[in-house]
Ligand binder design. Structure first.
Ligand SMILES: [Zn+2]
Length: 141
């Protein structure tokens, strides 16, 4: 067995039963990178100190979650994060991508209830009645 295989096995044994990386951890890594990059450009006393403290707290929290053996709590935290942040953001980007690909329809958002209304393209000036609240949208399709 080579040295690298032994190191890999030791790491696997060490990480067995630990939380490791999940979506919340991944988001913390990206947030940490963003905070550090922002901290590079903000080199003035108090703000820099706040960013430094925030960065340190993020690292501590991320490492705590990464090596934690309390899988029940970590999965509950990750599940709450997924439901509150990850899936809504993912859905929003997915909807925007699908709307950009759809060349046969235009999409309008109702001002009153935020419902998305889909209408065929190329019909000129139209009045769209929102199916949810009945609000009328004047638009060009
Ligand atoms: Zn509406």
């Amino acid at each position: 067995m080579s040295f690298l295989q032994r190191v890999g096995n030791a790491v696997s044994r060490f990480m067995y039963g630990r939380n490791g990386m999940d979506q919340l951890g991944l988001c913390m890594v990206w947030l940490l990178i963003a905070v550090n990059v922002a901290g590079i450009f903000l080199r003035s006393g108090l703000i820099s100190a706040v960013f430094s403290i925030l960065s340190t707290l993020l690292v501590v929290c991320m490492l705590f979650r990464f090596f934690s053996r309390n899988l029940y709590r970590r999965r509950a935290e990750n599940g709450a994060f997924l439901n509150k942040v990850w899936y809504p953001v993912q859905r929003r980007f997915s909807n925007a991508r699908n709307q950009a690909r759809d060349k046969e329809h235009r999409y309008f958002t109702c001002d009153r209830c935020r419902a998305v209304c889909r209408v065929p393209r190329g019909k000129g000036h139209i009045i769209i009645t929102c199916p949810c609240c009945g609000n009328q949208i004047h638009a060009k399709s």
